[in-house]
Write a protein that binds this ligand. Structure first.
Ligand SMILES: Cc1cc2nc3c(=O)[nH]c(=O)nc-3n(C[C@H](O)[C@H](O)[C@H](O)COP(=O)(O)OP(=O)(O)OC[C@H]3O[C@@H](n4cnc5c(N)ncnc54)[C@H](O)[C@@H]3O)c2cc1C
Length: 510
């Protein structure tokens, strides 16, 4: 990519304003575009702008790039890849379109944004796979099959989130057209009549107020699932709110972009479409006890306070999440044996970290119990011992018989999460789980160019939004096929970057 010296053209003006309380410095930066956020959606937009020789100021409240993608598994839903073909599992936009719309629809017929789904299933190969591999990103050969997909399309980036982000950031940083302002938080949008003309921000180190002025702003601030007030306000009306809900989304996914865009007249759409998980464990690294880890034990059975199973444990989130919310205290215990301990999974963690931080950590004894017998395990967890013994005995009989008469978990057609095995080898384990927030599937309304729209559907001049802030443009509807957050973040980012480049070129000509 061409290196230019345009960053030097960026003017930095220090205007000293005398206030009655003392001297406050208002710093101004003038650029062609301001991008707020360096998650994968922001970086995808920045990459498009930088290669069009556009002078970009990037504001990031964190001291590091990458956002939520850095803690992600790096799994991406892509259609029509060489890996799929190699495995003899040919996919097509038509099959994928049907899967997206069938899985994301609710019983009232409300579902994904058809036009965006169509764009995604048709263009994911070019916009995501070809682009990423061209930048040096590599994928594992095996492609996973997730619930709701008739074809495996869950592609694993080698190196997970970091393996995805590093090559994109490297390219953006090397163009010379982009200036990054780290540890700087966007506070509000600046307006000139109807038009957005920049962003007011605060430098977190010294609390200085800075104005980043540009004819176009792209908001890429992520979702709102780490803002408990917003999660509660927008909770789906058909689901009870849990007694304890852990936060499991990106650290800065607190809805600040939603707030700024709404104050500028943007419409917020489908905010109750939230993709939250049933598999949250309090995070031992968060002493306040608010944050949780997405953990899973594929060989376990789940029992409620009465010691009974209540759902097929390997079902999709669409089924397990409401089932957990309906249990007393909206909690359950996953019961498994020593043979299954090695398959206990924590999103983003390696085996050694799981062992030392979960199983061998005295701070986790409230939620992680072990005992030499099933009866003693039940007593340690405060569960009814007779009921637990009966439930484990029945489960073992059903595994041996090869049929789950209660919830249909055993047999053909199961997802890759289902590993039914007998629970028989001591010591036995019980781990307590709670619901966990994760990903926003609703957000700031955008059109097909990622221009932010108001309640009448009219674009707000100078304002674009991308990524999870937009609820991934409504691609998932009510439920996600998985891997459908990183992919649409990239696609909306690239679409916005190109649209802004075209808008700026047109403005210069006029
Ligand atoms: C643990 C975990 C695992 C996941 N794994 C997967 C997966 O395997 N596959 C998948 O498809 N999805 C996955 N996801 C979801 C996916 O990672 C996110 O949806 C996606 O990364 C969102 O990207 P984004 O750019 O829209 O937002 P973010 O990555 O959240 O980036 C937003 C950026 O904006 C910054 N910011 C926010 N507010 C401001 C402000 N006011 N001023 C300045 N900067 C601000 C933030 O610091 C951040 O850097 C996972 C999510 C989590 C939490």
């Amino acid at each position: 990519m061409k290196r230019t010296g345009r960053v030097l053209v960026c003017t930095v003006t220090l205007v000293m304003i005398w206030l009655s309380i003392g001297i406050a410095a208002v710093e101004e930066h003038h650029n062609d575009v301001v991008v707020v956020g360096t998650g994968v959606s922001g970086l995808a937009a920045i990459w498009e702008l930088a290669r069009s020789n556009i002078d970009v100021a990037v504001i990031e409240m964190s001291s590091h790039y990458g956002g939520t993608a850095l803690m992600s598994e790096g799994r991406i839903c892509i259609i029509g890849t060489p890996e799929q073909a190699h495995a003899g599992m040919p996919d097509s936009p038509q099959i994928a379109f049907e899967d997206f719309t069938a899985f994301g629809r609710d019983e009232r017929g409300s579902g994904p944004h058809a036009e965006w789904v169509h764009y995604y299933v048709t263009e994911s190969r070019r916009e995501i796979y070809d682009w990423l591999t061209g930048l040096g990103v590599r994928f594992e050969k095996d492609v996973g099959l997730m619930p709701g997909n008739r074809v495996p399309r869950w592609h694993q980036v080698i190196g997970k989130g970091r393996g995805l982000i590093e090559p994109i950031y490297r390219e953006c940083a090397h163009t010379g057209n982009v200036t990054f302002f780290w540890s700087t938080r966007a506070v509000s949008l600046l307006r000139d009549g109807d038009r957005i003309r920049g962003v007011r921000a605060e430098r977190l180190g010294d609390h200085a107020k800075i104005d980043y002025l540009a004819p176009v702003v792209i908001l890429a601030t992520g979702g709102f699932q780490s803002n408990m007030d917003m999660v509660r306000e927008n909770w789906p009306t058909d689901l009870p709110f849990p007694d304890r809900l852990l936060i499991g989304a990106g650290l800065n996914a607190v809805g600040s972009g939603h707030e700024m865009a709404q104050a500028a007249g943007a419409q917020l759409k489908n905010m109750s479409n939230q993709w939250n998980y049933a598999t949250g464990l309090p995070d031992p690294l968060n002493p306040a006890g608010q944050r949780g880890l997405n953990t899973f034990s594929p060989q376990s059975i789940w029992v409620n306070k009465a010691g009974r199973r209540f759902v097929s444990e390997s079902q999709d989130t669409k089924t397990t999440f409401p089932a957990v919310l309906r249990q007393p205290g909206s909690t359950y215990w996953a019961v498994f044996d020593s043979a299954a301990r090695g398959t206990f999974f924590v999103s983003g963690w390696d085996r050694q970290t799981i062992e030392s931080t979960i199983f061998d950590n005295p701070a986790m004894t409230l939620f992680v119990k072990s005992a030499p017998t099933v009866r003693e395990l039940a007593e340690a967890a405060g569960l009814p011992p007779d009921a637990i013994e009966n439930t484990v005995r029945r489960w073992n009989e059903m595994v041996t018989a090869g049929r789950d008469d209660d919830f249909g978990r055993i047999g053909s057609g199961q997802s890759s999460w289902s590993h039914p095995s007998r629970i028989e080898r001591p010591p036995f384990y019980a781990v307590q789980f709670f619901p966990l927030t994760r990903k926003s599937m609703g957000g700031v309304a955008i059109d097909m160019s990622c221009r932010v729209t108001d309640s009448s559907g009219r674009p707000i001049p100078g304002l674009y939004a991308v990524g999870e802030l937009t609820g991934l443009a409504g691609i998932n509807g009510k439920a996600s096929l998985e891997g459908t957050f990183l992919g649409p973040s990239i696609v909306t980012g690239r679409v916005a970057g190109r649209a802004v480049a075209a808008e700026l070129t047109a403005r210069k000509k006029n």
